[in-house]
Design a protein around this ligand. Structure first.
Ligand SMILES: [Mg+2]
Ligand SMILES: [Zn+2]
Length: 163
């Protein structure tokens, strides 16, 4: 039994961050083009979906963990209304200028934990991100990284996964 997963970076991949570097309020939430359609396609192919995000703005005091959790609850609900189930959204609240940690990408700890918790098969799992640190985290976690252009429809990069 092989449980395959897609780990998604949040900002620049699901959420358009071209206008705001830090996004924590619902009215800042603008999805990247094609996200609903693409996540539906990945779901239909049997992938479990997870979101793994660096939220260093928490460490810097720009917003709170609770702000992020509330935003993520609404995102999850919106996706669910589109027939898309996000299994879990995890985030690193730390920023290296404030405190060192072991969970901020390019570290793979958050992904490693999800792999263990959901008994995922790394060999058939992927991480979609828009930065080099996402790709490093993917490699460290033993999953294949797919690097997309920030805030661009991911379809051309994932079409090879869709049968
Ligand atoms: Mg990003
Ligand atoms: Zn961290």
């Amino acid at each position: 039994m092989s449980r395959k997963a897609i780990f998604l970076d949040r900002d620049g991949v699901l959420v358009n961050n071209s206008e705001n570097y830090y996004i924590w309020k619902y009215d800042q939430l603008q999805l990247v083009d094609g996200v609903n359609e693409n996540l539906k396609l990945l779901t239909d192919c049997g992938f479990l979906l997870f979101v793994v995000s660096n939220q260093g703005g928490i460490s810097k005091g720009n917003y709170s963990k609770n702000d992020v959790r509330k935003l993520h609850a609404r995102m999850t609900e919106n996706f669910r209304n589109q027939g898309i189930e996000i299994q879990e959204i995890v985030f690193c609240p730390h920023h290296p200028e404030v405190e060192k940690c072991m969970c901020r990408k390019p570290e793979s700890l958050l992904i490693d934990k999800l792999i263990a918790k959901y008994r995922l098969n790394q060999a058939v799992s992927f991480l979609i991100g828009d930065s080099e640190s996402d790709m490093e985290a993917a490699q460290a976690a033993g999953v294949q990284g797919i690097k997309i252009e920030p805030n661009q429809n991911m379809y051309p990069y994932i079409s090879f996964l869709i049968k």
